[in-house]
Design a protein around this ligand. Structure first.
Ligand SMILES: [Zn+2]
Ligand SMILES: [Zn+2]
Length: 64
């Protein structure tokens, strides 16, 4: 007999905790995260401009 392992539920709970507390960074515009970052048009240069704003959504550097 194999009952649903408590480990599975524990793991799911762990993921929720990590998502909410471990790496809370998530772009407020596009919703991307470090694990699922935007693809930059120039093929690189993705970073956090602000804790909740990725470089893809920050506009061009010359924008004032
Ligand atoms: Zn973004
Ligand atoms: Zn992004």
């Amino acid at each position: 007999m194999i009952a649903l392992p408590a480990l599975v539920r524990a793991a799911e709970r762990q993921e929720e905790l990590v998502a909410s507390a471990g790496h809370p960074q998530r772009c407020r515009v596009c919703g991307c995260t470090e694990a699922d970052a935007c693809e930059m048009a120039d093929g690189g240069g993705w970073w956090w401009v602000e804790p909740d704003l990725c470089s893809a959504c920050a506009g061009s550097p010359e924008q004032e």
